[in-house]
Design a protein around this ligand. Structure first.
Ligand code: UD1
Length: 419
């Protein structure tokens, strides 16, 4: 079993380049089904989740070429069939469900296993299905799978009860080939949703308003081949910003886009971290006095749930009481138990975590309970006394490109071992 070992206490320095966003590229790969032609993704992040979704597409006959060295993925969906994708792959990753919208749009029918994914709450798909139904699809459930059929999708007005990222994306993808206009109200406004809209428009779709709470899609008859470079990963950037803070170091984060990082920048500033904008980068200086803060995760532009665990690691060693309230997922505090093994003083009360800052964390043997929890444990390990050994790191590889190489280049003492 692979593990990451971090020896804490070293100052970091230098610069790190942010890879393209996992959460942007996954829906983009799903959307490549829509044109039935060739799609080229430039600067694609070479991540496990990306390999899983490309395998899902291969299982329905897409022809995919991944050039790991040049970070280029070429997808040809001309021979895709309307069959059921490999259920084991679909259950492995929730984002696989993002192919449902494109498949109904292109073939008028689709059957898929119910999705799996990170262990962070029940994560239903009712809003996705509500959207498909509003567009005229008939949806039914069987043992462990869901099926949709539509002789024709027709644009409609869809109000989402919650601005779900995945539902907004899936409905948007279903609607681009539907007849007439679709309006998604209370839509998610995350940068990754905006990026998907840009990608769809680059294929000839007519999507406007992405990034606001109302997205309008005018259906087109067909889409064309395209080449696209996804946005940089704001969560990876945020993770390295916290790395600078937790090690009291100065780092340049190349590719970090301030406009996508406002809620994270605002919270880090409130804590006392200094930040300035460089050329296509953000310079973070953590060598300062810190003060405790409260954080509430919210849909964009609120504080992202995907940065909650990393902030908990930082606040664990900031004097005073900080409270983190998680409003997006109902079971996303599993990292608190692991941080407690490292000496953190955290109590969970329903959807809130009450963190009493301690002077130091101590290295310990811990487990990555999900993707961002794993990143949080690396961060905690960088600041802890002695060695931190992190298990179940396959979670980390799902969403961080070459994480230990990137930290090594900044001067961290970090290795991956096989045990
Ligand atoms: C996406 C991100 C994930 C991030 C999350 C919230 C991808 C691949 N993943 O996940 O990293 O943590 O956004 O920013 O982009 N919900 C429903 N019904 C639905 C769909 C969602 O009730 O049909 C609920 C979920 O249970 C959850 C909340 O809505 O409580 C947010 O989920 P959603 O925004 O859909 O997250 P994902 O798209 O799964």
């Amino acid at each position: 079993m692979k593990k990451i070992i971090v020896k804490g206490g070293k100052k970091l320095s230098g610069e790190v380049s942010i890879s393209s966003a996992k959460n942007a590229v996954l829906p983009i790969i799903a959307a490549s089904i829509l044109n039935g032609e060739k799609t080229t993704i430039i600067d694609a992040p070479m991540l496990q989740d990306v390999f899983v979704i490309t395998d899902v597409l291969k299982s329905i006959n897409a022809d995919i070429n991944i050039d790991r060295i040049n970070k280029k993925i070429v997808i040809d969906t001309s021979k895709v069939i309307s069959g059921e994708p490999d259920s084991e792959l679909v259950r492995k990753m929730r984002a696989s469900f993002l192919i449902m919208g494109p498949m109904i749009a292109r073939f008028g029918r689709f059957k898929i296993s119910l999705p799996g994914g990170c262990n962070i709450g029940s994560r239903p798909i009712d809003l996705h299905l509500k959207g498909f139904t509003s567009l005229g699809a008939q949806v039914s459930f069987g043992y462990g799978h869901v099926e949709a059929y539509a002789s024709k999708l027709i644009g409609n007005k869809i109000y989402l009860d919650f601005p779900s990222v995945g539902a907004t994306e899936n409905i948007m993808m279903a609607a681009v080939l539907a007849e007439g206009e679709t309006v998604i109200e209370n839509a998610a406004g995350e940068p990754e949703v905006q990026d998907l809209a840009e990608f769809l428009n680059s294929m000839g779709a007519q999507v406007s308003g992405a990034g606001t709470d109302t997205i309008r899609i005018t259906g087109v008859k067909e889409l064309r081949s395209t080449s696209y470079k996804p946005i940089p990963d704001r969560i990876e950037a945020g993770t390295f910003m916290v790395a600078a803070a937790i090690t009291k170091s100065k780092l340049r984060i190349n590719g970090a886009r301030e406009e996508h990082l406002n809620p994270i920048i605002a919270k880090l500033r409130e804590i006392g971290v200094c930040m300035e904008k460089g050329e296509n980068s953000i310079i973070v200086d953590g060598d300062n006095e810190f003060k405790h803060v409260d954080i509430k995760t919210m849909p964009y532009p609120g504080f992202p749930t995907d940065m909650q665990a990393q902030m908990m690691s930082l606040l664990s060693i900031v004097e005073g009481t900080s409270i983190i309230t998680e409003t997006i997922f109902e079971n996303r505090f599993m990292h608190a138990g692991e941080l407690k093994r490292m000496g953190a003083n955290i109590k969970i009360d329903g959807r809130s975590a009450i963190i009493e800052g301690v002077e130091r964390l101590t290295g310990s043997e811990v487990k990555a309970t999900d993707l961002r929890a794993g990143a949080a444990l690396i961060l905690a390990g960088l600041a802890a006394d002695g060695y931190t050994k992190i298990g179940d790191i396959y979670h980390i590889d799902r969403g961080y490109v070459s994480i230990e190489e990137k930290f090594l280049s900044l001067g961290a003492d970090i290795t991956r071992i096989e045990e």
